[in-house]
Design a protein around this ligand. Structure first.
Ligand code: GDP
Length: 448
């Protein structure tokens, strides 16, 4: 396999940058470009040790660096690896990388270091996916979840399940080949119970994934309401910056403005929209249609009512059109003389966009609507690929149960169970195709 190299730190100026080289020629390349202050070459250094020195291009000094040696198989990729930490200027790190290429390394593709770790058996596919989730974590829940998955908890649960299925399959093969007495676990009732039980464990994994999805991926939230209700002011309060224009001229916000907002464990993908009202203005009307379209694809509608005006027929009509998502009404401008909150079939919360103390109220609203979420081993499915395989396993087990209930031959059930085992093994990439591996790593960043 070729020796690959990339700048592993972001493509931006910073305090330091790190260039990673992995493969058979990594240490040889280190020898060619690094001049250690103690005259020791990387090939003379033990694994997990580092040295201070300089990198020269011909005779020109490029930078003073720290070079770390990792020897196969005790490295992230499982291959010989060199990491060069230099000053964080883009030009200097790119010059060092160019030098590394000239010594025979090739540019690493997205996620190629992690792909090699997977191909060399250092990580399973679900652990490799967790590395990417860790890098892109935006809050405490995502961080905890990614670390659980990175420790291989999903793989453990799946391998417990496949071990149980394989034990059943062995008993079936034994009974069909030469046993005189049927093994007790193959008694029809008991077998149905066991298969159902395994199926329920997969169902619970998949349900936990569905319930936690908004915590992994963020809640698509849209602020809707009549003009002047205070949507843009609420957007600005939640974003902590003046993101939307606030005026008391109705119809100011026409485009949809979207921002990511972190509140406690919740990540909101928050969109401010055009105020909804009867209008003859063509541009404003387009904005209102966009608002409805945004509402349709959202998980959560924060419907803003101007508390000084109260809940109007127009509000009622708009809310009627916004079905499908979870809804909370913010009874805004509670600092002013407010109308009485009517009894509605949607939760209503007094709010004030002018006071930052209402950020705590917003957190309380999110807890009320979405509950809390504690990542643990049973919530370790992280993405649609893994969930789709679990769902495939569930439907195969359902058909096995049906076959057993109508008294089908055990060898038919055996083939179903074997297919379940193969499907579940794809989660950790045990027999997964090259195309799937390629698709998984395409989403990674270069240098990881
Ligand atoms: P939008 O059209 O729904 O986006 O409403 P804006 O956010 O532009 O607010 C309309 C007007 O109401 C502005 O003058 C705001 O300063 C004012 N406003 C918004 N929220 C509050 C609030 O909670 N209290 C008070 N007193 N004024 C508010």
């Amino acid at each position: 396999m070729s020796t690959i190299a990339a700048i592993s730190t972001p493509n931006a100026v910073g305090g330091i940058a790190m260039i990673r080289i992995s493969g058979e020629k990594a240490i040889e390349i280190g020898d060619a470009i690094f001049h250690g202050i103690k005259k020791k070459k990387p090939s003379e250094m033990a694994g997990y040790t580092c040295a201070y020195g300089s990198i020269y291009d011909e005779n020109a000094l490029l930078d003073d660096v720290v070079l770390t040696v990792f020897r196969a198989p005790h490295s992230y990729t499982g291959e010989d690896t060199i990491e060069i930490t230099c000053h964080g200027g883009l030009y200097v790190s790119k010059r060092i990388l160019g030098l590394v290429y000239r010594q025979g390394a090739v540019a690493a593709g997205p996620g190629e270091f992690t792909k090699r770790a997977f191909l060399n058996g250092k990580l399973s596919l679900s652990q490799a996916e967790a590395v990417m989730d860790l890098i892109s974590a935006e809050g405490e829940v995502q961080l905890k979840q990614a670390n659980i998955a990175k420790n291989g908890r999903l793989g453990q649960e799946i391998s417990n399940i496949t071990d149980e299925l394989i034990a059943l399959m062995s008993a079936m093969a034994y009974w069909q080949d030469d046993a005189e007495d049927m093994p007790p676990e193959l008694d029809s009732r008991l077998l149905i119970n066991t298969v159902n039980n395994i199926k329920d464990r997969l169902v619970s994994l998949s349900n936990n994934y569905q319930n936690g999805i908004i915590f992994h991926e963020g809640i698509n939230t849209v602020l809707i309401g009549r003009p002047n209700a205070g949507k843009s002011s609420i957007m600005n309060l939640l974003c902590g910056v003046n993101r939307s224009i606030v005026t008391d001229i109705p119809g100011t916000t026409r485009d949809i403005i979207t921002e990511k907002v972190l509140l406690g464990d919740y990540c909101l993908r928050l969109s401010d929209t055009a105020g909804i009202r009867e209008t003859n203005n063509q541009i404003e009307e387009i904005g209102i249609q966009c608002t409805y379209a945004e509402a349709e694809k959202s998980d959560f509608i924060l419907y803003v009512v101007d508390g000084t005006v109260g809940f109007t027929e127009e509000d009622k009509e708009t809310l009627r059109k916004c079905r499908g998502s979870k809804v909370a009404i913010l009874w805004n401008k509670s600092d002013l003389d407010s109308k009485e909150i009517p009894l509605l079939n949607v939760p209503v919360f007094p709010f004030c966009a002018k006071k930052s103390s209402f950020l705590d109220d917003m957190l309380h609203i999110l807890e009320t609507i979405f509950g809390t979420y504690t990542p643990n081993a049973s919530t370790s499915i992280m993405n649609e690929r893994q969930n789709a395989l679990i769902c495939q396993g569930i439907s195969l087990l359902e058909s096995s149960v049906k076959a057993l209930e109508v008294g089908c031959e055990l060898d038919m059930v055996y083939w179903d169970l074997e297919e379940v085992v193969n499907t579940l093994r794809d989660i950790d990439g045990e027999n997964v195709s090259d195309d799937v591996v390629k698709a998984v790593f395409e989403n990674f960043c270069v240098g990881k």
